[in-house]
Ligand binder design. Structure first.
Ligand code: THU
Length: 163
């Protein structure tokens, strides 16, 4: 049997100025945080800001290390801090933005695979979606309502519980 199937991904593209006040605020937090990134090796500064159900905002940035794999992306620094500090509070939204000290970013700003997997874990944990705001270099914003739009066929902890 051969079955070709297609998975689609839905996202909204909107300009920053058209966003509501809360989303603008969250992205502004990510942008401010990016300037504090510790990225002496790549010069690639990433900012992330997480909005929790209790209204708390946690901002973070990428932290690099001379032993490269020991560094951590901004998204995971932010989301792990949220998980550590507010373990029982849900995550509503995460905003992500980036800037390079070396070049003008033309590619789409979007979380790496490991960060997608980390965000997916928190959706499973809280049994609810996490909105993701991807702030682009042209000041437009891509919005997805769940990590499933960015990580189809994701590996879930449920798969482990079957054993
Ligand atoms: N980086 C992030 O912070 N988030 C991502 O989703 C992709 C990459 C960081 C890691 C490293 O410090 C720099 O960007 C270059 O890869």
């Amino acid at each position: 049997m051969k079955n070709k199937k297609v998975i689609t991904s839905t996202f909204l593209q909107i300009s920053f100025s058209e966003l509501n006040e809360n989303d603008q605020k969250l992205i502004s937090n990510a942008i401010s945080s990016l300037n504090d990134a510790y990225a002496p090796y790549s010069g690639f500064l990433v900012g992330a800001a997480v909005l929790l159900d209790n209204g708390e905002i946690i901002s973070a940035n990428n932290q690099e290390n001379v032993a490269y794999p020991s560094g951590l992306c901004a998204e995971r620094v932010a989301i792990y801090y949220a998980g550590a500090k507010f373990p029982s509070i849900g995550i509503k939204t995460i905003a992500i933005t980036a800037k390079s000290k070396k070049f003008v970013i033309k590619d789409i700003i979007s979380p790496c695979g490991a960060c997608r997997q980390a965000i997916a874990e928190y959706e499973v944990k809280q049994e609810g979606n996490i909105r993701i705001l991807l702030h682009q270099s042209d000041n437009s914003v891509f919005i997805v309502e769940s990590i499933s739009e960015l990580l189809p066929f994701m590996f879930k902890s449920q798969d482990l519980k079957n054993y």
